[in-house]
Design a protein around this ligand. Structure first.
Ligand SMILES: [Zn+2]
Length: 294
């Protein structure tokens, strides 16, 4: 059982939105499923944390979020999907990439990801999904999302994300928070929050030292009268199914599908990127899928 916890608050009498997440179990699960290296755990973990926080803003449980980070580093792409029920999943192209620690002695996410772009797709059931794009400014993930929020969503934000792997090679903490001023927020409040956050060097240390999430929210805002407005229990969970895979097969087309199957001893194998479950279909099943398609 994963015990991730997300809490949403208003600070300074409703002037500021604060969302704090402890996703340690989620990142442990992702590391186990994909056999992630340490730097891949940090990169995917940070992306899982920020995406989970973004999903918590969906009003509808059917809303879906997709985050793609396409960099030219050895890690390849990072992809995370989540929905309004707070089921989150993700993968990286090359989960076994290892790099030496950077000059600060930290996992070198920047060089693992490389230069590139960040894309956010939000499908909230409208005709067209919302698609936002921005370039990677640091490739350390948190700064890249802060830049994305300003340039694509016009929302200046404090974004803090962290994954700490202990000397025993286990994920000790994976967590983060986003603070956003709401319209008509007092400039002085923004200044206070900015100066507090400049002095917080590690979110994982902060949330290891302060176990109570309410106290974390008070510390990062400087407001002792924060108001708790929502609480959620996100999980790493893949929602792939035979039905969904069959839709992918139909999208591939019958000719292409049968070609692939003939090259592979008459069996079409599709592996789910998010949970590594393998789906197998023989020629009769493929024909049935195309004959029965609605
Ligand atoms: Zn799956």
């Amino acid at each position: 059982m994963q015990k991730n916890i997300l809490k949403k608050y208003l600070a300074y009498d409703g002037q500021v939105s604060v969302i704090v997440l402890d996703a340690t179990d989620m990142v442990i699960e992702a590391r186990k499923i994909h056999n992630l290296s340490n730097v891949a755990t940090a990169a995917l973990g940070r992306t899982l944390v920020v995406s989970t926080i973004m999903c918590s803003n969906f009003k509808d449980t059917t809303a879906r979020l997709t985050v793609q980070i396409k960099g030219n580093g050895p890690l390849g792409n990072i992809v995370v999907c989540g929905d309004g029920t707070m089921n989150i999943k993700g993968y990286v192209t090359n989960p076994d990439v290892e790099l030496p620690l950077n000059d600060k002695g930290k996992l070198d996410v920047k060089n693992a990801v490389g230069d590139g772009n960040l894309t956010v797709i939000k499908d909230i059931g409208l005709k067209e999904p919302y698609i936002g794009n921005s370039k990677l400014v640091s490739s350390e993930i948190a700064e890249d999302f802060a830049y994305y929020f300003v340039t694509s969503e016009q929302t200046p934000s404090v974004v803090s994300l962290g994954v700490n792997i202990g000397k025993d090679n286990k994920v000790q903490k994976a967590c983060g928070y986003i603070i956003q001023p709401l319209p008509e927020c007092d400039e002085k409040v923004i200044d206070v929050i900015e100066s507090i956050n400049l002095n917080i060097s590690s979110v994982t240390s902060l949330m290891t030292d302060i176990e109570n999430i309410d106290d974390v929210a008070k510390t990062i805002t400087g407001d002792n009268n924060i108001e708790l407005i929502d609480e959620k229990k996100p999980v790493y969970k893949c929602d792939c199914s035979d039905d969904r895979i069959q839709k992918t097969i139909i999208a591939l087309g019958k000719k292409e599908t049968l070609n692939t199957l003939n090259k592979n001893n008459g069996i079409l194998e599709i592996t789910c990127n998010f949970c590594n479950k393998i789906y197998r279909y023989d020629e009769k099943q493929i024909n049935d899928i195309f004959n029965n398609q609605k």
